[in-house]
Design a protein around this ligand. Structure first.
Ligand SMILES: [Zn+2]
Length: 98
């Protein structure tokens, strides 16, 4: 598995599918990898869940910063976890979503 340091993305390809960079290095277990894009409420719940399991995660807010009339933020999070937990956390997200 390769790793793009620009995008924090683990991928099978020679080239990063996100930014097209060709100089990828081998991923290691401690690298934080982009795991999923989630809505804010889901992200907050996920973070609590992972903290309870002692799994490090980084949630980066993204979005336009535009707020709806109900004052609900539209943006969500990009979730990053260490490579060794990537599949595990992806499965949690898959199962938790309807
Ligand atoms: Zn990239």
């Amino acid at each position: 598995m390769n790793f793009c340091e620009g995008c924090n993305l683990a991928c099978d390809a020679e080239r990063c599918p996100k930014c097209g960079r060709k100089k990828l290095r081998a991923v290691n277990d401690e690298d934080f990898c982009l795991t999923a894009q989630v809505e804010r409420r889901f992200g907050d719940a996920l973070r609590e869940h992972l903290e309870a399991e002692k799994i490090d995660c980084v949630l980066m807010p993204y979005g336009t910063g535009v707020y709806t009339k109900a004052a609900l933020p539209l943006e969500g999070y990009l979730v990053y976890v260490r490579y060794k937990y990537l599949e595990y956390v992806r499965n949690i997200i898959k199962e938790a979503r309807p």
